[in-house]
Design a protein around this ligand. Structure first.
Ligand code: SF4
Ligand code: SF4
Length: 276
């Protein structure tokens, strides 16, 4: 089963919950799809053994063959090519690798060339996998796609998604059986939870909410979930002990057996919800 752990905003404790779920399930695979800022390794301490570069195809331009017609720039809906005074200027970082420019160029001035945009890294048994987008690269989709080639099929897979509701999130959610939406009881937490709920509903993925940093007397998330008929599957209290262990890179499941049992139980409940 593939479980996506998603939050509408950063800082809600998404990685803590994804890594805790993975750490309390043996065996399981933890997959860090938050490729712009992967940090699950801080908690899970994997011994990285395998590194696979992520390559994309971008147009290589041979000026001597170019007639200056400008058809390629017109065909590129991502503005990765521009025609300036009958000369072609390319912006490979924003190329989406659609291939339209090769098709429209009649002179053979454009040919595909490889470009490395990131890396996928794994431990020896591939129970930990993460993608890393190179600094300065704006498009994370190819890294997430490559990372998802390594998903295991013989154990639960926990995908730590990027925060938000972007194309990278949709790419991470694709093919998942269940989504755990992590939120916190703040105005931003609620606002972004609503966006995340709209996204997973649109994608038709079963989901529940994990409420992190829950405080007595603030029921905004509970009220919203009740109104929308959404189950809050786990509540983690706002706790100094958890915050301190987090800052030391220690998961709640490693400070108390109680939390380990709660997260193992969480997986059983998710399985029940998926089967329903
Ligand atoms: S379509 Fe080909 S020939 Fe025309 S401007 Fe582009 S690269 Fe040059
Ligand atoms: S491959 Fe597509 S996105 Fe990239 S430069 Fe060519 S037309 Fe533009």
């Amino acid at each position: 089963m593939k479980i996506a752990v998603l939050s509408g905003k950063g800082g809600t404790g998404k990685t803590t919950i994804a890594a805790s779920l993975s750490a309390s399930l043996k065996p399981s695979q933890y997959v860090d799809c938050d490729v712009e800022e992967p940090n699950g390794h801080i908690f899970l301490n994997p011994d990285i053994k395998l590194s696979v570069p992520v390559k994309v195809e971008v147009p290589d331009f041979d000026e001597s063959l170019c007639s200056g017609c400008g058809d390629c720039a017109e065909a590129c809906r991502f503005h990765a090519l521009a025609a300036v005074n009958k000369k072609i200027v390319s912006f490979p970082e924003i190329c989406h690798h659609c291939g339209a420019c090769y098709i429209v160029c009649k002179t053979g001035a454009l040919t595909p060339a490889e470009r490395i945009v990131g890396v996928v890294e794994m431990n020896g048994d591939k129970t930990f996998a993460r993608g890393k987008l190179d600094v300065g690269e704006p498009i994370s989709i190819p890294v997430i796609k490559k990372l998802k080639e390594y998903l295991k099929t013989d154990m639960p897979v926990i995908l730590d998604c990027p925060p938000g509701a972007s194309c990278a999130v949709v790419q991470s959610l694709e093919g998942c059986d269940f989504c755990l939406l992590v939120t916190e009881p703040t105005p931003f937490g609620l606002h972004d939870l609503k966006i995340a709920v709209a996204l997973v509903r649109k994608l038709g993925i079963p989901f529940c909410v994990a409420l992190n940093k829950a405080v007595e007397g603030d029921s905004r998330i509970q009220d919203y979930c009740k109104k929308e008929g959404i189950e809050i599957i786990i509540e983690i209290p706002y706790s100094r002990e958890i915050a301190e262990s987090y800052s030391d890179g220690v998961l709640p499941v490693h400070i108390r057996g109680e939390w380990k049992r709660k997260f193992a139980r969480l997986y059983d409940v998710i399985k029940e919800r998926v089967s329903q």
